[in-house]
Write a protein that binds this ligand. Structure first.
Ligand SMILES: *[C@@H]1O[C@H](CO)[C@@H](O)[C@H](O)[C@H]1NC(C)=O
Ligand SMILES: *[C@@H]1O[C@H](CO)[C@@H](O)[C@H](O)[C@H]1NC(C)=O
Ligand SMILES: *[C@@H]1O[C@H](CO)[C@@H](O)[C@H](O)[C@H]1NC(C)=O
Length: 430
């Protein structure tokens, strides 16, 4: 016990020193990746809001994209900027342009709130084979900054855009303010309501008479968004439209119970919030989750088409932000380990029968996990799939353009992955 605690403290201390010594490499990378192509004021389509209403100094959107202002609620005229490809149909099109569209992708950006980067990561893969929509959730700190925390906020129109707390948008919280000229007027609008309203628009048969599939995909904080949306979001497959949810390299996952792959109760005692939302069902539950969303059973949630992808190199490095203890309680400092644990625990609970023996956390979880079975005691219908993407770290572009990423985005079957040891398997528990 003493040596374990000592090792843990030493590790944290070293990590904190390293953190102070250098700025976050994640932000630096986020700031570097933009190549803004100046295309003057020309736009391929004439259906969006007039140019005079766009923020004056906003650079041209990335190749293949235009910006639209999406109004998710009737109660307020405040908007969320969305980066869309040409297959996104504005009402003014009268439905014709959407006739050939059968698929749509809704992409969620990461902590850096950088919808441009997300568009640039997904567009080369999906092109215009369907509608691509990236909503951008900005934060109050982004006002007046073209770059905050590595955020590319040049597209923020403070007069009309809704804003979320920096972490709130990724975990279903409500917008904290509307635009300066378009206040919220008391409207409670969760980031999940925004996705619901995009789905509603895509489900409009007048606009998209042939739409069959909607793929909701996110990396990192956007991956957490998708993990939660797949459990609590209103959008579920019906006879008409099938949904897929792709969560890549999320920092943590929603755990259905208090089982955690850590050394007894020692670590958890020092982290009383380990089961607070979004890590679990305690603490302050967002309004959307407790009222608007679908409260689905575990059985229902594992029957959905959810693909989890983890990069084999998505491991902790000195100088990175030390994860919060609710995340660390899910399997240590490495996202790779935490995502394997999340996979293992949901398989064990569902009694999926899959080979889990090579995954991190299996030994610990197999003795702890409480299986959930049908009334008749049978295994649950389990549709989730998982793959470790070889050689890729915390990089959304490389995750999505990998073979497993493309398979998840483009094919209608799940990812088929054979567990085996690969990448850096040296285990840093916490
Ligand atoms: C939204 O804008 C329209 C047009 O300017 C106006 O008529 C309407 O009252 C506004 N709605 C709200 C909720 O402010
Ligand atoms: C896993 O469980 C064993 C047995 O309970 C324990 O000794 C070990 O420390 C655990 N490992 C982790 C990483 O918590
Ligand atoms: C694996 O990770 C550990 C800890 O992060 C590191 O010390 C080691 O050099 C890595 N090994 C390889 C082969 O990358």
């Amino acid at each position: 016990m003493i040596s374990t605690s000592f090792a843990r403290m030493t590790l944290l201390l070293l990590a904190m020193i390293a953190l102070q010594a250098m700025s976050s490499p994640v932000s630096a990378a986020a700031g570097r990746r933009h190549s803004i192509h100046h295309q003057g004021q020309e736009r391929a389509d004439g259906h969006e809001l007039p140019l005079t209403q766009l923020p004056r100094r906003a650079p041209a959107p990335p190749d293949g994209a235009h910006i639209s202002q999406h109004k998710p609620s009737k109660v307020t005229n405040a908007t969320v900027p969305i980066f869309v490809n040409k297959a996104w149909v504005d009402k003014a099109d009268g439905g014709k342009a959407g006739r050939g569209i059968t698929k749509a992708w809704i992409g969620l950006h990461g902590k850096g709130r950088d919808g441009v980067a997300t568009f640039q990561d997904l567009y080369p893969i999906v092109g215009s084979s369907g509608a691509l929509i990236i909503p951008n959730f900005y934060a109050p700190d982004d006002i007046g900054h073209s770059t905050t925390d590595g955020v590319h906020a040049s597209y923020l129109d403070a007069d009309r855009n809704m804003l979320w707390n920096k972490e709130g948008w990724s975990v279903a919280r409500d917008a904290v303010q509307g635009g300066r000229k378009r206040p919220l007027n008391g409207a409670q609008i969760s980031s999940f309501d925004v996705v619901d309203s995009l789905v509603e628009r895509l489900s409009d048969k007048g606009l998209y008479p042939n739409l069959k599939r909607i793929i909701i995909v996110g990396h990192s904080a956007g991956g957490l968004f998708v993990d939660l949306y797949a459990r609590f979001g209103k959008s579920t497959s019906d006879g008409n439209i099938k949904f897929r949810y792709i969560t890549a390299n999320p920092p943590l996952n929603y755990f259905e119970d208090r089982t955690r792959p850590v050394d007894g109760q020692d670590y958890l005692a020092g982290c009383p919030e380990y089961n607070d939302f979004p890590a679990g069902s305690s603490g302050m539950i967002p309004r959307y989750v407790s009222t608007t969303g679908k409260r689905m059973s575990f059985a229902k949630s594992v029957s959905r088409d959810v693909i989890r992808l983890a990069g084999s190199r998505d491991v902790y490095k000195a100088g990175y932000e030390v994860p919060r203890c609710d995340a660390v309680a899910q399997g240590g400092l490495d996202r790779l380990a935490r995502n394997q644990n999340a996979w293992v625990i949901e398989n064990l609970r569902a009694k999926s029968g899959k080979d889990l023996s090579m995954y991190r956390g299996y030994q610990n979880l197999t003795s702890q996990a409480k299986p959930v079975a049908t009334d008749a005691g049978a295994p649950l219908l389990f549709k989730r799939t998982f793959a470790i993407v070889p050689g890729v770290g915390h990089d959304s572009g490389k995750m999505f353009s990998s073979n497993f990423g493309r398979q998840a985005l483009l094919s209608s079957s799940g990812v088929s992955y054979t567990p085996h040891l690969e990448g850096n398997q040296s285990y840093v528990p916490y």
